[in-house]
Ligand binder design. Structure first.
Ligand code: IMP
Length: 192
């Protein structure tokens, strides 16, 4: 089995990714390679942040690596929270606070259209390659479900009658931004 690092310690994401990769790739986390660096995510685009993280691991630890960056873009908020989705309610705030602020900012708003977009940067040797996945949907008026993470309880994909947090992992992976970006990445890796 070939080995590659996924530049994350988010166990939800690792679980999702390992599920999609099956037994074709051994996917290591940052913790698995002994990296507890505070990798700067200072770019103002998803592409920029994904590239910074993937190159950091490749350059410092020598492993081929991929890194993702995701944003939730809400039309009525001019594309916010976008690249700042993780810290929408401010530094040190959690998903519950981010969701509460999002619902507050959309109070009384009828246009609830939104999309998740994931960009994955793959660093192999001196090569960098980008993959992306998008899922269109809408922000619900109240949270529903307790699966997944982040904004899952308030995001309902267009092709579904329930939120991401009400789906099981396979159902979410089949339509999600990260599922689609990962499918593109895995297609590329499996053809090598
Ligand atoms: P990251 O770049 O994957 O860390 O994503 C940034 C932020 O977007 C996270 O902190 C979450 O709040 C949110 N996010 C990313 N992926 C998902 C998802 O699949 N469901 C819900 N929220 C997500």
């Amino acid at each position: 089995m070939r080995t590659i690092v996924f530049a994350t310690n988010n166990r939800h994401k690792l679980q999702e990714l390992r599920r999609i990769a099956g037994d074709s790739w051994n996917i290591l986390s940052l913790e698995d390679i002994g990296c507890d660096d505070d990798i700067p995510e200072t770019a103002d685009t998803l592409e920029g942040n994904a590239i910074i993280k993937a190159r950091w691991v490749k350059d410092k630890y020598g492993y081929d690596c991929f890194a993702d960056d995701t944003g939730l873009m809400v039309d009525a908020l001019g594309g916010a929270p976008g690249v700042y989705s993780a810290r929408y309610a401010g530094p040190g705030h959690d998903s519950a606070a981010n969701m509460a602020l999002l619902l507050k900012n959309l109070e009384g708003e009828t246009n609830r259209s939104a999309r998740f977009r994931t960009v994955i940067a793959l660093a192999q040797g001196s090569d960098i390659r980008l993959f992306e996945g998008v899922v269109e949907g809408e922000i619900t008026t109240v949270p529903a479900g307790c699966g997944g993470f982040g904004y899952d309880p308030v995001f309902k994909p267009l092709e579904s009658s329930v939120t991401f947090a009400e789906m099981d992992a396979d159902a979410k992976n089949a339509v999600s931004h990260r599922g689609r970006a990962t499918a593109a990445l895995m297609k590329y890796l499996l053809n090598q």
